[in-house]
Ligand binder design. Structure first.
Ligand code: SF4
Length: 895
């Protein structure tokens, strides 16, 4: 049996074919017919089958930690919300939902909140992802419309990536860009990012601009274009307004001034400006580096202004392009999942829209004003203005800024309901009621990707335990609260209503219209092929590109220039907090790791939370590569492994956002992140928090590898997860136990077991090694040292695959290093084929001089291709001076 579905991770929205054999083994491949990926999947998508196991799943409803029936749980939620609404009004409750929800789930929770409860206190983790793009689009186009499509990337002659590490965060799209460049030698790629990321491999130009100076750069570009007459006068005159004001704002801004403010060379800025000016087909792609800012909306409009001035929009191979982070952030926008939206791209501030939606829903009420956006919502919970919150499919204790305050807010909240597929997350720990939800592979519905393409997510697994679909849980609660209008027969029924509302009294006035899909019967809904909205009777097979007729959704039909005055980040660095903290993603993890953290393959690339420093900043902070650092901001603190890299811009430190208390001790970077938000979009400034760093120097460093899962210790720093055929625990210890031997046995859970022990002790040097062997097979090992110079974990993990330890392996365990050449692969670069840096270096030494050559020797990079930029960097560096790629080093080993 095979089922076509969609990857649940990023906004690229790749098609997936999942098949199950008679034994129940699931295999996942890219869908060759899906227009987003044409059969390719990145490392995360390729590993989907490894993440569907039952480990850690929430399988039954719990109230107060006690299993209850669904009826009791649903009654508890409905009664609790109804009572609080009765006593304190509708704005005393809130819903915090997720870009991981399917559109149908999103539709019904938004309908419940805004049309029946009567509050707009519903927001989503998409607020952290693309809220600034939404507002930027609306200011410019009068609607939240992504103008272009992925094909534009192949038709462009210049691709500009701003604040986007697409190689790691949108890998399949990045590979499409690189392929386009290969087949079109005239095509250039420019990367604008303070860091030299993997996306810079294969780019023609990198502008490592000063953090937050994007608006200055694009204002400078606007001035350069105007100054050189690169203006589409017909388009500007006929189809836009406000050009004079926007240009007045930038008049006189020179390349030299721009370069100086952005902290890059005048030559590099001039080259970029000239390429932009002289290339008709330009796509400017932007992502979190633009959006996650207190001036994120302005940055979006600064980019759009340049496309409006040159008329480069609504035509093949050109346009501004917002890359959405989450799989269904776009679907959430369609149903009005943000606190300041109504359903079907309608405006909550617009009385006619409110009346229309209320009439369509036959709703008793309609929220009359925007609700609490994410950060404000948790402030209101902390202040007990909001007394009940229902969190669905998201982990705000990890992902929201000032995350310790979020945790405290939930602790103080009268009623916390959490729907999730996982039992233990940093957020579920604070739930009064836990509702088990379906996960990917079990869910049924639709999602929309970055190019407005709606695709089906189809189930191929049965529901585990008592887990239920989110839309069904929400409708059941709505019914128990006494509301009618939630009696859907099935998920297709929800979709039909959503599609019907999009066309309701629309007549071309609103961009989002899929009314041609409102008449799909269940069979047609199930068979729905990927299609880009709008899908109307006039465009029954969808719409690849918007604004082709140069008509926009503003009252006068014209696009709007927005004059931009660049602003500094809200919280500046200071003598006490001299570094700018920049958060982001790593290649093989997604969000808070609840799914991607389940597979050893994806943890093999980067195992621990890390902080990446410029060498000079590392020196000043007194931290060393592979050591530990404590990062502190006015809002919180964390501990992370140190990576020192010249790829990092001076004055900035990069930390990934994924780690949490399930995978590491004190590894939540959002505990430090300032809760400053864009005043228009409410999107947090996750790319700019002032912090300080110093060395975290425990008395002892240790790691443990074991066939059995290892208990998380009560130390401040630890990192835990699967590694190959065993479990791995990294830890820092401040106190010495009475006996390292007894301690090691206890950590491995082998205190009372007859087992062979291999031990090496050097008390003078403070080095201890213990290995437990049963029937000739390695059961576990513990390595302890006074510093971080411990043996390669990759090599040791490999010993767990051996049925019988050789004499050589036993000796090497004692010695703490492999004896044979090539036994230590080095930090894993290609997670698909488990190829390490040392192996790649060896091939380079033998003469491999390209990514393809490495692929032929080692297969590395030949499956998903996500590691190709790192291989390219290694090849480019040459064998003698191999510089490990930035995060790959974090950390797999200290060799
Ligand atoms: S690029 Fe990777 S994570 Fe994103 S949708 Fe495709 S396979 Fe999934």
């Amino acid at each position: 049996m095979s089922v076509k579905t969609t990857c649940p991770y990023c906004g690229v929205g790749c098609g997936v074919v999942a098949s199950r054999d008679a034994a129940g083994t699931v295999r996942v491949e890219g869908d060759r017919q899906h227009p987003a990926n044409f059969g390719r999947l990145c490392s995360k998508g390729s590993a989907l089958a490894e993440t569907i196991g039952p480990e850690g799943r929430l399988l039954e409803p719990l109230v107060g930690g006690v299993p209850v029936t669904w009826d009791d749980a649903l009654d508890h939620v409905a009664d609790g919300f109804s009572r609080i609404i009765r006593e304190h009004g509708p704005d005393a409750v809130a819903f915090y939902v997720s870009g991981q929800l399917l559109t149908e789930d999103y539709y019904v929770i938004n309908k419940l909140a805004k049309g029946f409860v009567g509050t707009a206190n519903i927001d989503t983790n998409s607020r952290l992802c693309m809220a600034s793009s939404v507002v930027g689009h609306k200011r410019a186009f009068g609607s939240d419309t992504v103008p272009g499509c992925y094909e534009d990337l192949e038709q462009a002659d210049l691709l500009v990536l701003v604040g986007s590490n697409a190689a790691w965060c949108h890998p399949i799209l990045h590979q499409r860009m690189l392929a386009a460049k290969e087949s079109n030698p005239a095509c250039k790629i420019v990367v604008i990012d303070p860091r030299r990321t993997a996306t810079c491999e294969g780019a023609d130009l990198h502008l490592p601009l000063r953090s937050g100076s994007d608006a200055v750069l694009f204002n400078g570009l606007l001035a350069h274009l105007a100054g050189n007459g690169v203006i589409d006068r017909a388009f500007v005159g006929n189809s836009t307004t406000g050009a004079a004001d926007a240009l007045a704002q930038v008049v006189g801004q020179t390349v030299a001034q721009t370069a100086a403010t952005c902290g890059v060379t005048e030559g590099a800025v001039g080259l970029f400006f000239d390429w932009f000016a002289n290339t008709e087909r330009v796509v400017t792609l932007y992502s979190q580096g633009v959006n996650q800012s207190t001036s994120g909306v302005d940055k979006v409009n600064a980019i759009i202004n340049c496309h409006l001035l040159t008329g480069r929009i609504g035509r093949p191979g050109m346009g501004p392009f917002s890359l959405t982070g989450q799989p269904n952030a776009m679907g959430g926008r369609e149903v009005g999942g943000l606190a300041n939206q109504l359903a079907a791209h309608m405006e909550i501030e617009n009385p006619a829209h409110r009346e229309l939606v209320q009439r369509f829903w036959r709703a008793p009420v309609i929220a009359e004003k925007g609700g609490l956006k994410a950060v404000d919502m948790f402030d209101a919970i902390a202040q007990q203005r909001v007394k009940a919150v229902w969190i669905i499919s998201t982990n705000p204790v990890v992902s929201l800024p000032d995350a310790d305050r979020v945790r405290a807010a939930l602790e103080a909240c009268e009623l916390v309901v959490v729907s999730d597929c996982m039992r233990d997350t940093d957020t579920t720990r604070h739930a009064d009621v836990l509702l088990p939800a379906l996960a990917w592979g079990e869910k049924d519905g639709t999602v929309t990707n970055s190019e407005r393409r709606i695709s089906r997510q189809r189930p191929f697994l049965s529901a585990p335990g008592e887990a239920r679909a989110d839309w069904r849980i929400i409708c059941d609660v709505a019914g128990r609260m006494g509301y009618s209008g939630f009696e859907y027969a099935d998920v297709a029924d929800v979709f039909r209503e959503h599609a019907e509302l999009s066309g309701f009294e629309n007549n071309g006035k609103r961009d989002f219209d899929i009314s041609a899909l409102a008449t799909l019967d269940d069979r047609a809904y199930d068979a729905l092929a990927p299609v880009q909205w709008p899908v109307t009777p006039d465009h029954p097979i969808g719409t690849a590109r918007m604004f082709e007729t140069q008509k926009f959704f503003t009252p006068d039909g014209k696009a709007r220039f927005v004059p931009i005055t660049p602003r500094a980040a809200q919280n500046a660095t200071s003598r006490d907090y001299p570094l700018v903290l920049n958060t982001g993603r790593v290649r093989d993890q997604w969000h808070t790791m609840t799914r991607t953290g389940k597979t050893a393959r994806l943890l093999s690339h980067v195992f621990e939370p890390y902080a990446e420093f410029h060498p000079e900043d590392a020196r000043l902070a007194g931290v060393t590569n592979d050591g530990l650092t404590r990062l502190t901001s006015p809002w919180g603190e964390m501990i992370a492994r140190v990576v020192v890299s010249a790829d990092q811009r001076r004055g900035c430190v990069f930390v990934p956002m994924h780690w949490n208390n399930e995978f590491a001790g004190e590894g939540r970077v959002n505990a430090l992140v300032n809760p400053a938000v864009d005043p228009l979009s409410g999107q947090p400034e996750s790319k700019h928090t002032p912090v300080k760093a110093d060395a975290y120097a425990p008395e002892w460093h240790a790691f443990i590898l074991s066939r059995n899962e290892i208990r998380r210790p009560a130390t401040r720093y630890w990192a835990h997860g699967k590694a190959g055929d065993c479990w791995r625990l990294e830890l820092a210890l401040d106190a010495r136990p009475e006996s390292w031997r007894d301690w090691a046995r206890a950590q491995l859970g082998l205190e009372h077991v007859e087992i062979e022990w291999i031990a090496y002790r050097d008390p003078a040097a403070g080095r201890f090694r213990y290995a437990a062997v049963r029937d000739g097979r390695l059961e576990g090992c513990v390595f302890i040292a006074p510093d971080h110079t411990l043996p390669s974990r990759v090599w040791l993990t490999g010993l767990f695959a051996e049925a019988q330890l050789s004499a050589n392996a036993r000796m090497s365990l004692l010695a703490g290093r492999p004896f044979g050449e090539g036994e230590d692969k080095g930090p894993i670069v290609c997670s698909c084929f488990s190829v390490g840096r040392h192996q790649i270096a060896a091939e380079i030494r033998k003469g491999a001089d390209s990514v393809d050559a490495i692929g032929r020797c080692l297969k590395a990079g030949t499956n998903c291709g996500a590691c190709k930029p790192e291989i390219s960097k290694l090849v480019g560096a040459g064998a003698p001076a191999l510089a490990p790629p930035a995060a790959a080093r974090a950390l797999q080993s200290q060799v």
